[in-house]
Design a binder for this molecule. Structure first.
Ligand code: NAD
Length: 506
């Protein structure tokens, strides 16, 4: 995406190549002004109770629900995904996230007592306080869900928000803003700044109190450095390379259906997409056949089940990865070429068999409709290969043996594992979503995610009338030091009394 001029950029429909609109590029001064404006509105918002904030935000869900058709069309137009993906994975998932947090935030953010063993005469608790101003930067693959989920959680946590949506798909975020305005939320509390990468960088320079970034690993690294320089706390949700491991006792029908949906929904442009399959030798050929058959049945196109890719660079990446795999011996079972309206960025859903780790397609994030499959000797080889990645976001396992599933899942180096299921871990509100390795830092959604958007402040009070001074305060007289030394020795000696005292203090 290139700015048309210094002041504007174009938004295109990737299914047709038609230019949809031109939008302003916010420069650093404009971004700073929006941050200042939102921060000011955030002061009275932070004074409200969590329940009051939730009550004020409920009407937004109704505004979104009322505009479902318009939203689905806008998401489809600017992203290229088909209507069903826009409906369930963007609009539906956003409403479920909002519903969960609007209902549960007062419980999640309630004060939390801390059990004190070493200082029983005092009482401690955590209180979750608003951070102030949260900056949110989002990618193009979920043009509505990412902004809707992150913005609602930041507001519920009591902060004001400035959102910088992807320059590839900003229209859905602008429609989200319309829903907030329509619902009567203070229009200054949540602001949207449009533009390219430098607008995102300007948002960080404007010194938000927390930054939530979702996007590519390389950009995430730059964002992390920029935040660290300014001591801004940040959350990074980056790329994925989810393995799907299929063991001998798996239900192959469920596994193949899951792999096909998990690989091709949203045209494979999901950080949690099935990006590589490892199947043990006894079921490998049968699984390849089932995945191929199911893929052959998919319809591609504006009114089909698989939409277009979202921007030209993505199709170039997909084509390069498939070419490399073919050249190194992968069998193309289905797809492997462009398809559909030549004006659109369509790529045929592709299954590659007989892949191995010499091929880039098994290592780099594909972010497109390609499922590479590899035969492995056993579960241990699958685990070793699945963990042979710099990314660690999601992983999937297919087996009927729950004990085996647990043993395998706990050794898989990813943030979320689903057994006999795919993708939903990235969107179900109660599930913590976050990567390890280069897939990110921190979690979004889930009770933990909401708490990450708050300051957990510790308050400590006296439970009993306090003494004039505690034994370790001034004055540091020799008798006092002697008493403390004797007490420590007593506490950590081998006697029964020492053991009991230690238990009492832990
Ligand atoms: P991207 O990193 O190119 O862009 C993401 C956002 O960052 C855009 O809004 C962009 O304008 C902005 N940006 C670019 N340079 C910036 C800078 N220097 N400072 C601040 N902001 C800057 O990513 P993308 O291509 O839009 O998205 C695809 C990637 O996102 C994939 O790798 C995918 O796996 C990842 N992703 C991860 C998750 C997750 O939850 N982990 C979810 C969706 C997408």
């Amino acid at each position: 995406m290139v700015a048309k001029s210094a002041q504007t950029f174009e938004v295109k429909n990737p299914s047709t190549g038609v230019v949809l609109t031109e939008l302003p590029v916010f420069g650093p001064d404009q971004v700073q002004a929006e941050v200042t404006r939102a921060r000011a509105a955030g002061r009275s918002w932070a004074e409200k109770t969590v329940a009051q904030r939730c009550a004020a935000l409920w009407p937004v869900t109704q505004a979104i629900a009322r505009r479902t058709d318009e939203l689905v069309e806008t998401i489809h137009q600017e992203n290229g995904k088909v209507g069903m993906d826009a409906l369930s994975l963007d609009v539906g998932a956003s409403l479920l996230v909002m519903n969960y947090f609007l209902e549960n935030a007062p419980r999640i953010l309630a004060d939390e007592p801390i059990r004190l063993a070493t200082a029983r005469h005092r009482a401690s608790y955590l209180t979750y306080r608003p951070k102030g101003l949260i900056g949110i930067i989002t990618p193009w693959n979920f043009p509505f869900f990412m902004p809707a989920a992150d913005v609602s959680m930041a507001l519920i946590a009591g902060s004001a928000v400035v959102l910088k949506p992807s320059e590839v798909t900003p229209l859905s975020a602008l429609l989200l803003k319309k829903c907030y305005d329509e619902a009567g939320v203070d229009p200054d509390l949540f602001r949207v700044v449009t533009g390219l990468g430098p607008t995102g960088a300007a948002l960080i320079e404007a010194q938000p109190d927390h930054l939530v970034f979702t996007g590519a690993v390389a950009t995430g690294r730059r964002v992390g450095v920029a935040c660290a320089e300014r001591l801004i706390p940040y959350t990074l949700e980056l790329g994925g390379k989810a393995p799907a491991v299929v063991l001998e006792d798996a239900d192959l029908d469920r596994a193949s259906n899951a792999i096909v949906w998990g690989g091709f929904a949203n045209s494979g442009q999901i950080c949690a997409s099935v990006e590589r399959v490892y199947a043990v030798e006894p079921v490998y050929e049968a699984l390849v056949q089932k995945v191929t058959d199911a893929t052959q049945k998919l319809s591609v196109g504006e009114k089909g089940e698989v939409g277009s890719l979202t921007w030209p660079r993505q199709r170039e990446i997909v084509e390069a990865l498939v070419a490399d795999a073919k050249q190194k011996g992968a069998r193309v079972m289905v797809g492997g070429h462009r398809t559909g309206d030549p004006a659109g960025l369509y790529y045929s859903p592709t299954v590659l068999a007989d892949c191995d780790h010499s091929m880039e397609v098994m290592k780099a994030e594909i972010f497109g409709p390609v499922v590479p499959m590899m035969k492995v000797k056993d579960a241990e080889e699958a685990l070793r290969l699945a963990n042979d990645s710099h990314l660690g976001l999601a992983g999937y396992l297919f087996t009927k043996d729950k004990e085996q599933a647990r043993h395998f899942a706990e050794r898989l180096e990813v943030g979320s594992v689903m057994v006999n299921d795919v993708l939903s871990c990235a969107g179900v509100p109660e599930m913590p979503w976050g990567g390890i390795k280069h897939s990110g830092l921190g979690v979004v959604r889930s009770d933990r995610g909401l708490k990450e958007l708050s300051h957990a402040r510790h308050i400590n009070m006296d439970r009993v009338p306090p003494l004039e001074r505690d034994p370790y305060w001034y004055p540091y007289t020799p008798p006092r030091q002697k008493r403390i030394r004797a007490a420590l020795k007593r506490l950590f000696d081998d006697s029964l009394g020492g053991k009991l005292l230690r238990k009492l203090l832990a």
